[in-house]
Write a protein that binds this ligand. Structure first.
Ligand SMILES: [Zn+2]
Length: 59
């Protein structure tokens, strides 16, 4: 039986495939500055590389 994470990954993969087929890009907003993010790494953490670097520098 698949775990919830597996289902989520599957749904995400299907969404990515559907978006690609339609010529769309999936984007989410940076939780810090509200900038639109399209790279998978940034979308995964809902934060852009610049804001992430600033946050890490403050810690
Ligand atoms: Zn940001």
């Amino acid at each position: 039986m698949p775990t919830q994470d597996t289902n989520f990954d599957l749904q995400r993969a299907e969404l990515e495939a559907t978006a690609a087929a339609l010529g769309l890009r999936i984007a989410t907003r940076c939780k810090t500055c509200g900038h639109w993010l399209t790279s998978p790494a940034s979308r995964a953490i809902h934060q852009g590389p610049r804001c992430r670097a600033q946050q890490e520098a403050r810690q």
